[in-house]
Ligand binder design. Structure first.
Ligand code: ZN
Length: 135
């Protein structure tokens, strides 16, 4: 399952909620994207609803398991997250699944630092909003 830069970008996983494919220009040993079938512009458009919470959890669980199984990190280091608005180059929610090491140190900022918001941060933000709205 080597990554390639060809135009073909086949799905390597699919279920009723999401699909997984290799990132077009991989920045790490393992670099995939998990994308929901339902259109969501970016993570700030996720709603504090049970359905969006469970979609996110589903994508996280499926993505993490797939990544670890197929691209086990020699550093035992993984990062699952979203580019924040302003760092986005695509306008459909996509979760980056990254198995370290990164291929070049210059990708550090965008793929392991502030440029990529971790899934658990997004989840806790959703839960916070959900609690606020149900007060
Ligand atoms: Zn991205």
């Amino acid at each position: 399952m080597a990554s390639s830069n060809s135009d073909k970008n086949p799905l390597i996983y699919e279920d009723e909620h999401c699909v997984i494919f290799c990132d077009r220009s991989p920045k790490a040993f393992g670099h995939l994207q998990c994308v929901p079938k339902r259109h969501i512009k970016d993570w700030t458009y996720l709603k504090p609803l049970e359905s969006d919470n469970s979609l996110l959890e589903h994508m996280y669980n499926v993505g993490r398991e797939f990544l670890i199984k197929n691209y086990p990190s020699p550093d035992n280091q993984y990062r699952l997250g979203f580019h924040s608005p302003g760092h986005n180059s695509q306008f459909h929610l996509h979760m980056h699944l990254i198995s370290f090491p990164l291929s070049l140190p210059r990708h550090e900022k965008r793929y392991s630092g502030e440029g990529l918001t971790k899934v658990d941060q997004v989840l806790s933000e959703l839960i916070r909003k959900f609690k606020e709205e149900s007060l």
